[in-house]
Design a protein around this ligand. Sequence first.
Ligand code: GTP
Length: 341
Amino acid sequence: MMLITYESRWVYPEIQGYFSQTGNLTGQQLATRSRSYVQRAQEKLLVASMPADISHIRHHLELAYGLLDVDIYKQHYACTTPSLALVDELTDLIEQQHIAPLDAAHSLFIVVECLTDIEMSQLDRRGEAINTFATSTRRHSQMLTYSSMVIFVMGLLFWGMHERQLRRTERATNETLAWMKRAMRDPLTGIGNRSALQQDVLARAGEPLGLILVDIDFFKQYNDSLGHPEGDQLLRRLASLLEEQLGEGAKLYRLGGDEFAALISCPDDQALFNACDQLIATLRRSGFKHPAHPGNQHVTLSVGAVRFVAMEVTFAHAYDAADKALYRVKIAGRDGFEVAL
Ligand SMILES: Nc1nc2c(ncn2[C@@H]2O[C@H](COP(=O)(O)OP(=O)(O)OP(=O)(O)O)[C@@H](O)[C@H]2O)c(=O)[nH]1
């Protein structure tokens, strides 16, 4: 918008200059008409039969005089004033019949020559004005085209920069989200870690929940007899098995080492008993081998659980109660569960 305004101001004087030339065009037309009246007067003088045509000749000369008596001609063409004087003088002499028609016609050639010069000169001026206008218009339209191209390229550039910045921000946000997800996951099993458990408990404030702590029995011996990679494999298999057993409404976490935790919706103590019992039973059914187990050569679990309402009881308090119950199971010989009441 600013550019168009600026360009209009720039071009305005050129337009004015061009249209001011139309005044000169009119002047050229006046000269043409004046010359035609002079030439008609000449024709009549050549065939004049005095005094019948005198009035016509005088009329033509008066019209020619009127059309030549223009300020712009007087200012720019030196022949104008003498030509006017000659027409004036000839008009008087012809009227008084003091001059021969042939001589009068001959003298008028000076006026015709002057008028022809004026016409030619005015036509040249008009041509020059049109050329100047066309050149400057072309120059300005080129400027306008180049400016538009520059603005277009700058627009593209800014758009590209904006898009790049947008992609960077999106990538950074996605990386941060991925990093946050990773920070809440146990890398070995892919399930949530201790931080995820604490976050989920906070998110379920006011709900009756069951916290189940699960610890593998004699896992050190398992590692020692089959190797650490096999120990890792058991942790992964156990995570899948427990998750599957717990079902949709529950969540499983690995708290570290061979210790897992499950968080379940728990309307009453019986539901918690059932959940713990099913975990133990499922593992027994699975029959995971444990060659170094001092009892039955199969993997067994010790489970401690507690029912609590998040926020009414602190998570640390609930965890402590479940952990103590688990410890009691360990002391009592492992492979079992206890619910803290
Ligand atoms: N394979 C494997 N072993 C781990 C990992 N983290 C901890 N452990 C091992 O788990 C074992 C845990 O041993 P303990 O705490 O003594 O428990 P435990 O042998 O199961 O004995 P109880 O719990 O008393 O029955 C240690 O030997 C650790 O090295 C892990 O990510 N992978």
